[in-house]
Write a protein that binds this ligand. Structure first.
Ligand code: BES
Ligand code: MN
Ligand code: ZN
Length: 502
């Protein structure tokens, strides 16, 4: 991965392939953001004018290149837009600008970032944005991404740093940990489903778990799932040649202030099963394990940050395929914990694997359960492709989770669980069916999950179907494909819990 470091050198004096400055829209046109001073001096105070001449406006997302003036050690100046000029720039504006810069500089080796980032929060934002923007997925290229355009920027130096600034150093470290874990999630989501399936995902978790201090990984294979009575996970995995798994990833701290359980939907491919999805709806369904990917990475991040909290991740892994052994619409599954579910649509599989995992997570009596799932197309219809829905069995907790998500840079919106949508899920033969009313399908799925949360446990459900996978063009620090949505929210919740503030 790209490396971010602090440099006490000035922007003008650092040897690099490019120096990055930020620009904004001022009342009278383009203005330079703080940080660009020494670069502007090399341009004899005319950098803003030069940039405006070649069309720069300072708009968010903009990237404009000009050749460097004499006196600069880098041959190129890249100006990235922050949007409207402000006294201070938001963390999100800085993350986006840094992400655009790193993306624009794919193929270069080293960049000097001279952005308006002097305090720790801003430095962390720039670090995170740069590392997320530099991300590429090259594991499936025959040349492993050696072609120039695919090579991520190797080195980012944040220039103008104060010598011995401990807070700045910690900010770079935190930004790097979160970026590494988000990029891990992106890799898992982008991996093709012939390479990433329940066993291979579980093997990765086992290997990485061994390498991470404070983390223990346990895998339940098909035999163990059968013995334990995990009817939901087994029922969804029944049609696949590749058997399902339930993976427990536990991070414990000896002085933990609270305990959190994260539960992730890990459908490594969702064909719909016997209720097969039509063409046009299955091309991106490798992303259906994005919840499990986010949960796994968040537990690792909590461990690497040494948070004073116990976090257990539960990865409910299965491949949803049609075959002679697949679960049929009409089958009744006996779930972990004993409830029965009539499967009326095998494409509503996420709630089935999650139900088993939520019941299992509840047995350990955590203070909170948060599940993360690419659960419904309906949530995507409701909130679009960049915002996830937040549901909960406690209004205050739902507000907290939504606010924490927004503050972490992840657009989220609180959604209700209206009681009247429960009735239509009644089954004529089992305790409940996995289908309800079509309208409000995202809320119906949430209500289904709520039935499996043990009494007395505060629970929230994040439906990330929209933002988990970016089918559009890249923007800010977000590439096409896997985005790693929810990682920052889960890490921020773990941090809050560690501070005794959840
Ligand atoms: N994995 C899908 C939901 C999804 C859709 C995720 C689009 C990402 C993008 C889920 O398993 C599913 O198929 N849900 C059905 C539920 C329905 C059958 C009740 C849906 O949303 O149509
Ligand atoms: Mn489905
Ligand atoms: Zn699914």
């Amino acid at each position: 991965m790209t490396a971010v470091s602090l440099s006490t050198s000035t922007a003008a004096a650092l040897r690099a392939d490019a120096v990055v400055v930020a620009v904004a829209k001022g009342p009278k046109g383009l203005v330079l953001a703080p940080g660009a001073e020494t670069v502007d001096e090399a341009f004899e105070g005319r950098l803003a004018e030069v940039l405006a001449t070649v069309g720069a406006t300072g708009a968010e997302g903009e990237a404009v290149k000009v050749p460097a003036a004499a006196g600069l050690k880098a041959p190129l100046v890249l100006a990235v837009g922050l949007g409207e000029a402000a006294e201070g720039y938001t963390a999100e504006a800085l993350r986006s600008a840094a992400g655009v810069a790193a993306r624009t500089l794919h193929g270069s080796k080293k960049a000097a970032f001279a952005l308006p980032a002097t305090d720790a929060a801003a430095i962390e934002a720039v670090t995170l944005g740069a590392l997320l923007g530099a991300y590429t997925f090259t594991a499936c290229r025959s040349d492993n991404g050696k072609a120039d355009t695919k090579t991520p920027l190797a080195e980012v130096a944040l220039v103008g740093a104060k010598r011995g600034d401990k807070a700045a150093k910690a900010a770079v470290e935190r930004g790097t940990v979160v970026a590494e874990e988000m990029n891990r999630t992106r890799d898992l989501v982008n991996m093709p489903p012939n390479d990433l399936f329940p066993k291979s995902f579980a093997d990765i978790a086992t290997t990485v778990g061994k390498e991470t201090a404070g983390v223990k990984v346990e895998v339940l294979d098909e035999k163990a799932l059968t013995k334990g009575g995990y009817g939901g996970i087994l029922g969804v995995g029944a049609g696949s040649e590749r058997s399902p798994r339930l993976v427990k990833v536990a991070y414990t701290h000896p002085k933990a202030k609270a305990s959190l359980a994260f539960v992730g939907k890990g459908i490594t491919y969702d064909s719909g099963g016997i209720s097969l999805k039509p063409a046009g709806h299955n091309e991106t369904m490798k992303c259906d394990m994005a919840g499990a990917g986010a949960v796994f990475a968040s537990v690792l991040a909590a461990a690497k940050l040494g948070l004073q909290v116990n976090v257990t991740g539960w990865l409910a892994l299965a491949e949803n395929m049609p075959s002679g052994s697949a679960t049929r619409p009409g089958d009744v599954l006996r779930m972990y914990g004993g409830k029965t579910v009539e499967v009326l649509n095998t494409d509503a599989e996420g709630r089935l694997v999650l139900a088993d995992a939520i019941v299992r997570a509840g047995e350990e009596k955590p203070d909170y359960i948060i599940d993360v799932a690419t659960l419904t197309g309906a949530m995507m219809m409701a909130l679009g492709s960049r915002t996830f829905g937040v549901m909960a069995n406690d209004d205050a907790f739902r507000s907290t989770v939504t606010e924490v998500a927004e503050a972490a840079g992840e657009p989220a919106w609180a959604m209700p669980l209206p009681a009247h949508l429960r009735g239509p899920m009644d089954s004529t033969v089992a305790d409940i069916s996995n289908m309800g009313e079509r309208m409000g399908g995202g809320l119906v799925a949430g209500l289904f999950l709520k039935e499996f949360v043990a009494e007395g446990i505060t629970w929230a459900h994040l439906d990330i179907a929209g933002p988990a996978f970016n089918e559009g063009g890249p923007f800010g620090y977000t590439p096409k494909g896997g985005t790693a949505t929810a990682v920052r929210t889960l890490v921020a919740l773990a941090e809050r819990a560690a501070d005794g503030k959840l």
